[in-house]
Ligand binder design. Structure first.
Ligand code: SF4
Length: 438
């Protein structure tokens, strides 16, 4: 088969990063292998995100610039997948006449036939949701690809319908992958040298809850921890309302589970949390933080925060700031509310000006900088184990990730990439730390 090249650009969450691996596997079936650059590529695929309006606008901008690429290479095929594709479907083909094909979040298995049709000059959009049994049968088990760490999808979709979120509409309803397949994928990863796995899903804590007699998330974690060769386990994303006692117990007795949890709070005010349909109060959230900290005292918390949600008052916003201080997040991913089609929050009255929202965002970012700085300063002088992931920014440096998901740069040989190292933290920096080996 002729070796053709595909350049894939991935946007948005880790779920899309994982989907892009599946897209690569599907494209290999029709003779395409991935390339890092668009120069010389026979096909470009944008794996898109529509969680925020800005991310969606960016995709249209990139598609516009593709006209220039087509002048250079008129045979270039352009495909769009992911959440924008799911949301727009056929409309996207009409809006972007130079687009070859569009595939939705449930249609990765159709990519080979769509590509063959596109090579014959046909323009196709496939965005139908498929039934759960078929979806379960279609989860490809990805072989071991080596590397230090890898993502393993354990579930897809979401049934929570938070009032601002487009995910249930573009990813479909929640489905948990079969445990035997997850474990097979983890085993293959371990056999190929992977030391750390991140279990992925829109709401990993509800894994297995809707499937008869399979394991729940805590039981699955224990099974993954028993796979020889796997030294570290991470997972995301966790919904605070579904953090269970058995899961908290895993933090107490399963050393392989890393000392980090991404626990999106979104807002610190009960009034806003209720309108967001989050299913927990501020005190519920803080209680879970406390229990997790009791189970694993060095645990680091990260979070997502939305500022400027419709109707958010100054007092509501102050509640978010005080909650951030109370938890002492190591990092937060903060966004200005962005109305998304079909969601309830898109039709709520919103009187806060753009300038006020921006000022709130700036304040949250400044507070987070302070909290991260405090954490890094407190770690100076401690010895931490890191998993070495790559080459650092400065000559002779490599970097590793702590169990708490912090980055430490230190001088060391590149041969250490993929192995563990003990480092002494000697200096803090805003986004990382500096260490010394030994
Ligand atoms: S839990 Fe809420 S925010 Fe998360 S994916 Fe589901 S609907 Fe969206």
């Amino acid at each position: 088969m002729v070796d053709k090249k595909v350049h894939i650009q991935t946007f948005g969450c880790q779920m899309n990063v994982s989907d892009s691996e599946k897209i690569v596997a599907a494209l290999r079936q029709v003779g395409y292998s991935p390339t890092d650059t668009i120069d010389g590529a026979d096909m470009v695929i944008l794996n898109t995100c529509s969680v925020r309006a800005k991310a969606e606008e960016r995709i249209y901008g990139i598609l516009h610039t593709m006209k220039g690429e087509l002048k250079r290479n008129p045979r270039l095929l352009i495909g769009v997948g992911g959440c924008v594709a799911q949301q727009e479907g056929e409309r996207l083909l009409k809006k972007v006449p130079h687009l070859s094909f569009v595939f939705g979040t449930h249609n990765l298995h159709l990519i080979p036939q769509m590509v063959l049709a596109a090579e014959d000059g046909k323009r196709i959009a496939e965005t139908d949701f498929i039934d759960n049994e078929t979806r379960l049968d279609l989860f490809p088990v990805l072989g071991g690809t080596g590397g230090v760490s890898r993502f393993v999808t354990i579930m897809q979709g979401c049934d929570n319908f938070c009032s601002y979120c487009i995910v249930p509409y573009v990813r479909g309803r929640e489905i948990s992958r079969r445990p035997a397949e997850i474990l097979e994928e983890v085993r293959m990863a371990a056999d190929s040298g992977v030391r750390e796995v991140t279990l992925l899903g829109q709401n990993v804590n509800s894994y297995g809850l809707k499937v008869g007699d399979g394991p729940n998330f805590a039981a699955l974690l224990r099974q993954v921890a028993a796979v020889p060769g796997i030294e570290r386990i991470r997972f995301m994303t966790s919904h605070p309302k579904d953090i269970s006692k058995p899961l908290i117990d895993c933090f107490a007795d399963q050393e392989k589970i890393c000392s980090h949890i991404h626990l999106p709070v979104q807002a610190g005010s009960d009034r806003v949390l209720q309108i967001m349909n989050r299913g927990y109060t501020r005190s519920d959230y803080l209680r879970k933080v406390e229990s997790l900290r009791a189970a694993r005292p060095d645990i680091c918390f990260t979070s997502d925060i939305i500022v400027g949600f419709p109707g958010e008052t100054e007092a509501d916003f102050r509640d978010t700031l005080s909650l951030m201080e109370e938890v002492g997040y190591s990092d937060t991913y903060t966004f200005i509310f962005s109305p998304r089609p079909e969601t309830k929050a898109a039709s709520l009255e919103d009187k806060t000006t753009r300038a006020e929202k921006q000022a709130r965002l700036d304040e949250v970012i400044a507070l987070q900088r302070k909290l991260t700085g405090n954490l890094h300063r407190a770690l100076v002088g401690s010895r931490l184990q890191v998993l070495v992931e790559g080459v650092g920014r400065h000559e002779g440096q490599i970097y590793g990730r702590t169990s708490g998901n912090r980055i430490v740069n230190f001088t060391g040989p590149v041969e250490m990439i993929g192995s563990f190292a003990d480092v002494l933290v000697v200096k803090d920096a805003p986004n990382s730390m500096l260490g010394e080996m030994g």
